[in-house]
Design a protein around this ligand. Sequence first.
Ligand SMILES: Nc1nc2c(ncn2[C@@H]2O[C@H](COP(=O)(O)OP(=O)(O)OP(=O)(O)O)[C@@H](O)[C@H]2O)c(=O)[nH]1
Ligand SMILES: C[C@H](OP(=O)(O)O)C(=O)O
Length: 216
Amino acid sequence: MMAVIPVSPLNSAKSRLSEFLTGEERKLLLMNMVMDVYGALEDLDVCLISKDDEILNFSKELGIIPLKEEGKGLNNAIKQAIESVEDEEVMVTPADVPLIKKYHIKEVLSKSKRNAIVISPSRGGGTNLLLLNPKDVIEPRYEGFSFLKHIDEAKKRNVEVIIYDSFLISIDINTPEDLGEVFIHGEGTNTYNYLKSLGIKILPKHSSAGRFVIKR
Ligand SMILES: Nc1nc2c(ncn2[C@@H]2O[C@H](COP(=O)(O)OP(=O)(O)OP(=O)(O)O)[C@@H](O)[C@H]2O)c(=O)[nH]1
Ligand SMILES: C[C@H](OP(=O)(O)O)C(=O)O
């Protein structure tokens, strides 16, 4: 089993946080999230695919296998990683799911079956964990409502779908509002400690415009 972490270039990562965090801060946030995701995966072989040499060097220092991305876009990056590893099974976990834990991975692995996928939704319909057994059982269809796209793809190919439904895995960090979730549920993670070090604070808000007031 090989776990694959795809990472976009550091200078364009997490653009939806750009009004709230500087470029350098978004880069450090991403590195801290990679550490948290790797913390959950570290009993497996783990590779990280990116075009960005800085994140590749960083991942190598952590003990992750760096893979230099050649094509364009997330789906092509994942296909490249799948083709280049020798393992028969692959698990894809994005870099922006910092609340994922080792026990999740254990449970996901225990559910894995031949000719099946194990999939965890993100809030908003994305895919925050995808285990492919075998690795070419379906093609990656990230972006948009990829949770539904992956299920559709599996049904078309007569592949069993095992949904691993986890609140903590469903939280991916894209917007300032998502940072609020890290403050509530992420104590002890690198991501939480990094955000705290920036002086970010959250307060509850009772409004249709969101549930948190996020301040620095
Ligand atoms: N290797 C690789 N990873 C990608 C690419 N696009 C997105 N990712 C990664 O895929 C995961 C989900 O990405 P998104 O949240 O859609 O994109 P993002 O670039 O992190 O953030 P936004 O700029 O806010 O869209 C994250 O781990 C990204 O780093 C890509 O083109 N190549
Ligand atoms: C790539 C996308 O991630 P999101 O933009 O939902 O974080 C997805 O999970 O399909």
